[in-house]
Design a protein around this ligand. Structure first.
Ligand code: ADE
Ligand code: ZN
Length: 339
């Protein structure tokens, strides 16, 4: 019997979504008007985000993020996003947060994280969804800027900020430049992840593993270009935060059937599915699950494995992990015994 495609009934978990990149265009327009911020040029005629390549995408993302000016604005953003994915069946999400973007909007790290935490709490109260934050440095802002983010995170610990990472343009700066920032974060007990193997090749994945002590890689899909790198990922149990819709939108692969997510999974890599910057890339978390299940013929059990991998690799406490795993097990049991 053909398994049903993933639906809101299938528990999902997301480890890689940039909170500013998750802002619905309508919310950005509303706050731009209210806060008097010019966002001309970032929208197409139909109201969606407009950009043509990776550089333009990053510029549109920077502009959209400027409309969030207060802790309340960020609370609304986090609550809006988390409620929307809870509706799609998400039980857990890690929001990638960028203190540099908050600073450009005139907000302190404490106000930024406090506002987001307020929104996380409201979404949890309304839907039961759990969430944590991963604070990232932006690599094209340079090693000093990334170290400053690490310093802020370490010196203002927040219970919901449980990870540290590196985003931005992968072609800028070798990972060795960021090793010190990652060491500081590791010493503070934060989970570690870095973007690699998205716009840069397999060697960028190897370098992130060699220099940054990460347990997860953001994207990492271009590891497929070198079997030695794939073997290293498998050997070390590194979890890939795969974002297929993002890779298609940015032109890294021409169609989902040519995307290496299934090859990597079959080679033994630990795979999760994520939306990255969903409204920028015309995707949602549920669409990622559904399109992969449809394209690669994944069963419901295989889709549940994606969620189990995400929960196993989540930067959360063990009580939360246990509770989330029980939710997945219950959904699994219910599907095998619908009576
Ligand atoms: N920041 C936001 N989205 C990103 C992406 N897809 N890659 C690198 N940095 C980002
Ligand atoms: Zn990303």
């Amino acid at each position: 019997m053909t398994e049903p495609l993933s639906s809101s009934g299938l528990p999902k978990a997301e480890l890689h979504v940039h909170i500013e990149g998750a802002a619905p265009p309508e919310l950005v327009r509303e706050l731009a008007e209210r806060n008097g911020v010019d966002v001309s040029g970032i929208f197409a005629e139909d109201g969606s985000y407009d950009w043509a390549d990776f550089t333009q995408f990053l510029a549109a993302y920077d502009s959209a993020s400027r409309v969030f000016r207060s802790p309340q604005d960020y609370a609304r953003l986090a609550e809006t996003y988390l409620r929307s994915i809870a509706q799609e069946g998400a039980i857990y999400a890690e929001l990638t947060v960028s203190p540099d973007h908050a600073a450009a909007s005139g907000l302190s790290y404490a106000d930024y994280v406090g506002g987001l935490a307020e929104g996380i709490g409201r979404a949890r109260a309304a839907t039961g969804i759990e969430a944590r934050m991963i604070a990232v440095g932006v690599r094209h802002f340079g090693a000093r800027a990334v170290e400053q983010v690490a310093t802020q995170v370490v010196s203002h610990p927040h219970p919901l900020v449980t990870g540290f990472g590196l985003a931005g343009d992968e072609t800028e700066g070798h990972p060795a430049n960021f090793a010190r920032a990652f060491r500081m974060a590791a010493e503070a007990g934060l989970g570690l992840t870095a973007h690699a193997g998205e716009t840069a090749g397999a060697e960028s994945v190897m370098a992130a593993l060699d220099f940054l002590q990460v347990s997860r890689i953001g994207h990492g899909v271009r590891a497929i270009e070198d079997t030695v790198v794939v073997e290293r990922l498998v050997r070390d149990g590194i979890v890939l935060e795969v974002c297929p819709g993002s890779n298609l939108a940015l032109g890294i692969y021409g169609a989902l059937r040519f995307h290496p997510v299934n090859l990597l999974r079959r080679a033994g890599c630990r795979i999760t599915l994520n939306s990255d910057d969903p409204p920028f890339f015309g995707t949602t978390l549920a669409r990622e699950y559904e399109s992969c299940a449809r394209t690669f013929g994944w069963s419901r059990e295989q889709s549940l494995d994606i969620t189990r991998t995400a929960v196993a690799a989540a930067f959360c406490d063990e009580d939360t992990r246990g509770r989330l795993l029980r939710v997945v097990a219950e959904a699994d049991a219910k599907a095998s015994d619908p009576a």
